[in-house]
Design a binder for this molecule. Structure first.
Ligand SMILES: Nc1nc2c(c(=O)[nH]1)N[C@H]1C(S)=C(S)[C@@H](COP(=O)(O)O)O[C@H]1N2
Ligand SMILES: [Mo]
Length: 305
């Protein structure tokens, strides 16, 4: 994002995306589709459908798993799928600490038991103006937060991605600082739509989509959806976040999808849905305004971008 010029974005990224994906599908065929998914994907059992799902058409799985942003695995859209094997997810632990009564370190079995697994079909809108509709699998992040019992001091939640400098890009090569960090206000994190995500399309997450556990915050730009989380911290002050640190005039802490507040280098008024050819209008809070607008009552969203 930061390292590209506006004309680069327009010419090489936004416009030809559908063409790029189509070409990939034509060249790769069914074999490519399989390759694009993790070799270790497993079915997730006992998943209930959620009333919070959109009824919009779901993005083809091959698109959602081969056109990614995961800078630790490479900065092109194809690189995360190609380099997926560099992310080692065995014996994964998630440490939850900070302002809470019951700080805990979870293994994946323990973490996945904290809530009832639901399929949530959400829109996700990248700050670069493409979007997808994905059947994610997970439970509301609030389940985990309640389990560790935040204290009165906890006002924000910060998240960190596992970083292995030996197998992943250096910060210099990625153009952003690693480990990747994100944050939410505690009331945003407690909102039922905020999803702690373990799978997609019926199976565990492919590495390129953030295995084994990531965040999906559907009313915010995609970069708030931090992948491959291994640290969560309840904190008193607004935590630092990777894209804001890299360029605070372009990326803010809130990063709510807002067609009325353009990125300094491009419009946020419309988007291209992966798999579609014509552009769509971007909706306020990505179409989730009825559910989340009250979180920001009285706030100037131009200032708090
Ligand atoms: N650790 C980490 N998380 C990340 C990113 C990243 O580069 N590193 N990219 C973000 C961005 S910009 C987007 S749009 C989404 C993309 O998620 P997807 O590849 O599953 O569509 O992941 C977000 N989470
Ligand atoms: Mo993004």
């Amino acid at each position: 994002m930061l390292i590209k010029t506006a004309s680069d974005i327009r010419s090489s990224e936004i416009t030809p995306k559908s063409l790029y994906l189509n070409r990939r599908r034509l060249l790769a065929g069914a074999g490519g589709l399989l390759l694009a998914q993790s070799a270790f994907a497993a079915k997730i059992a006992n998943v209930k459908k959620s009333p919070l799902s959109t009824t919009e058409a779901i993005t083809p799985v091959g698109d959602a798993t081969s056109y990614n942003n995961f800078y630790e695995l490479g900065t092109s859209k194809a690189a995360p799928a190609q380099n997926a094997a560099r992310l080692k997810t065995q014996n994964w632990k998630v440490k939850v600490e900070g302002a809470c009564n019951k700080p805990m370190t979870f293994d994946m079995d323990g973490l996945m038991k904290l809530g009832a697994m639901e399929e949530r079909i959400y829109r996700m809108r990248c700050v670069e103006a493409w979007s997808i509709v994905v059947p994610w699998i997970g439970y509301s992040l609030s389940n985990l937060l309640k389990a560790v019992e935040p204290t009165a001091k906890a006002k924000y939640v910060s998240f960190e991605t596992f970083y292995d400098p030996g197998s992943m890009l250096s910060s210099a090569a990625g153009g952003i600082e690693f480990p990747y960090r994100e944050g939410l206000r505690l009331d945003e994190a407690m909102h039922p739509l905020a999803l702690l995500t373990f799978g997609m399309y019926g199976e565990t997450l492919p590495n390129q989509n953030g295995a084994p556990v990531r965040l999906i915050v559907p009313w915010k730009y995609g970069f708030k959806g931090i992948k491959s989380i291994n640290k969560i911290r309840l904190v008193e002050k607004e935590p630092s976040s990777t894209w804001k640190m890299s360029n605070p005039s372009e990326y803010g802490f809130y990063s709510n999808v807002n067609p009325q507040v353009d990125h300094p280098r491009w419009s946020q008024g419309s988007e291209r849905r992966l798999g579609e050819f014509s552009r769509r209008k971007t909706l306020m809070f990505n179409g989730y305004a009825d559910q989340v607008a009250s979180l920001y009552a009285g706030m100037d969203l131009k200032k708090n971008y």
